[in-house]
Write a protein that binds this ligand. Structure first.
Ligand code: TXA
Ligand code: MG
Length: 557
């Protein structure tokens, strides 16, 4: 099918030509076809809302789940009684004030008029009157209500330009009407008026504050602010689907803009994509960056958020880290779209979480130092253990290793460690290759694990703390060092080995100077017993944690 493009960006020109295009689009709709239409929020994919066969094609073109109902779009409140019943006076109050505009109202449905494919079998229907002259003219001319979900392929970020619509729908629909870029940029606010008090089902282009100012307190549906638990049903069925998601995993950083920018800057690597406010773009010279506009301009952020997410869909960044605005005004909707794209993987940048990275050679006392952190209530993340756990369970990691080192997984699915060892220890390039794969998978996994406790104290225990790039997760890195003679005696006693072998093992490792030079701090262990060193280490970490908490309190203001 050829998708016809109707350019209606400029409606001040040739009146006849404009009317012809509007008539053509209306005709397609009347005849059961699909047309991409502009609205002030996002582009819609329209079909005759009373024609079941036409509406079915919307679901097919979008790949949309059948249990997700559609919004019925009408040219004004006069049409409400045709499709709704028991309409509360409040609906008219809201329509008078906010229509045409980015507010969708859920009302009781005339089920004998509205096909059940629109409502997905519910006894309510979503009604909207968009504020876009072109679309209002098309609907009026067609003389029918149109079913119009957002024009994106299901699961992808919504479309804010006609080009976005073509990217997803070219060849699948009869036409696209270009009415210019959307002026609001996020979908309409959905308010359920079938309950008392009214309930916000989806934050959108009309700020919650504007509604509350007119009608008083509004309940906010749980699906707006948190991920759903298994088996839980949101009031708006569409809120349960993974949404707006680019291919790369997204992490959202809340908190004051300075704090979230700093937190992102600490975590980025060369293949990270960044979504940030304009002021902070300069912090990421190495990264692919899409800006959201100034941190104090929520309208700009709403206009750009989907474009930023969509653009990353066509890039091969390995992860996306995004700054999130506060939830006032349009910020609630912008933040909701980002958080949904992130599957609600959120880092609170204002958090008091502290991460220490410990490294050092054998016999220096790293184990005692970690015990001291445990005594202070800290959780130890043993990278080697996490790596081995992932080797058993993370199919993507296993596939990647197997593609590079074929045959290292046995027929029982278990990793043949000896074989992998032989492969990589013979040649440095191979070891580097394996490490690159492991670190690429390990770092996001560790971040994920730590993000669950925003106020906790963590210590990362990793031999290759610096080489792996794990140090960028840490607030401070600490080299545990000790005089060589002491280390020799300790490992002789600990591992019951000869002096010669102990010296050999120490000389096979990196010298203390390496760790000293690469870490932020040094914890030198000249104590004569492990217990004594542990006590010293505890004092050292106690002071350090206190200083870091203080630093965070100030930094986050
Ligand atoms: O701004 C907008 O509203 C855009 C433009 C194109 O008008 N449309 C839009 O439609 O966002 P869509 O289909 O992408 O999202 C509609 C949302 C879905 O989450 C759906 O579950 C919910 O509205 N919805 C539809 N009917 C409902 C009903 N009867 N009760 C509760 N939620 C409903
Ligand atoms: Mg949608």
């Amino acid at each position: 099918m050829q998708t016809i493009y109707y350019d209606l960006r400029d409606t001040k020109g040739q009146q006849k030509e404009i009317e012809d295009k509007i008539s053509a689009a209306a005709k397609i709709l009347r005849e059961g076809g699909l047309v991409g239409i502009p609205t002030e929020t996002v582009y819609g994919l329209a079909a005759n809302g009373l024609d079941e066969t036409a509406v079915k094609r919307i679901f097919e073109a979008k790949g949309r789940p059948q249990d997700n109902p559609l919004i019925l779009t009408i040219p004004g409140q006069q049409w409400l009684p045709r499709y709704c019943k028991d309409i509360p006076p409040l609906a008219y109050v809201l329509a008078r004030k906010f229509w045409p505009g980015p507010l969708t109202m859920i009302l009781k449905c005339r089920t004998d008029v509205v096909p059940s494919i629109i409502t997905a079998g519910l006894d309510t229907v979503a009604m909207r009157c968009p504020n876009h002259p072109v679309t209002l003219a098309i609907i009026r001319e067609a003389g029918i209500p149109v079913a119009a979900p957002s024009a994106n392929t299901s699961g992808r970020p919504s479309c804010t330009t006609a080009q976005d619509v073509l990217e997803d729908m070219d060849g699948k629909i009869e036409g696209v009407v270009d009415g210019g870029p959307c002026t609001v940029g996020v979908e309409s606010t959905i308010l359920d008026l079938t309950c008392d008090p009214p309930r916000l089902l989806r934050p959108g282009g009309l700020p919650l504050e504007a509604l509350e100012q007119l009608i008083g307190p509004i309940a906010v549906d749980k699906a707006v602010v948190s991920p759903l638990q298994e088996g839980e049903q949101p009031k708006a069925p569409g809120m349960k689907y993974r949404h707006y998601a680019p291919k790369a995993p997204v992490t959202v950083f809340t908190g004051a803009p300075e704090a979230s920018a700093r937190e992102i800057a600490r975590r980025v690597g060369p293949t990270t994509g960044v979504i940030c406010f304009d002021e902070f773009a300069h912090l990421f010279p190495q990264q692919e960056v899409h800006t959201l506009g100034p941190s104090n301009d929520k309208l700009a952020q709403a206009q750009r958020v989907f474009d930023a997410l969509r653009t990353f869909d066509n890039s091969d960044v390995s992860e996306i880290l995004a700054q999130c605005p506060d939830s006032r005004g349009l910020g609630l909707a912008v933040g909701n779209r980002l958080k949904k794209a992130a599957g609600f993987h959120i880092v609170e940048s204002d958090s008091q979480r502290i991460v220490l990275g410990l490294t050092g050679g054998t016999g220096a006392g790293k184990t005692s130092a970690l015990n001291a952190i445990r005594e202070l209530g800290g959780e130890i993340i043993d990278c080697d253990a996490v790596y081995h756990e992932m080797l058993d369970h993370d199919q993507e990691l296993r596939n990647t290793i197997n593609a590079t080192f074929p045959g290292v997984f046995g027929p029982d699915g278990k990793l043949n460690r000896q074989k992998l060892g032989q492969e990589v220890f013979a040649k440095k390039e191979r070891l580097d290759k394996l490490n690159a794969i492991v670190f690429r998978f390990l770092i996001p996994e560790l971040e994920w694990r730590m993000d669950s406790i925003p106020d906790g104290l963590y210590a990362i225990d990793a031999i290759n703390l610096i080489e792996s790039g794990l140090d960028r997760l840490c607030d401070r890195t600490i080299a545990v060092t000790a005089p060589t003679e002491l280390r020799v005696r300790r490992i002789m006693a600990r591992d019951n080995i000869t002096e010669q072998y102990a010296r050999l093992r120490i000389s096979a490792q990196k010298p203390d100077e390496f760790y000293r030079g690469k870490c932020d701090l040094e914890l030198n262990n000249a104590a004569d017993t492990p217990e004594k060193f542990q006590r010293e280490a505890k004092k050292f970490f106690e002071r350090l944690v206190e200083a870091l908490r203080e630093e965070k309190r100030h930094g986050n203001k």
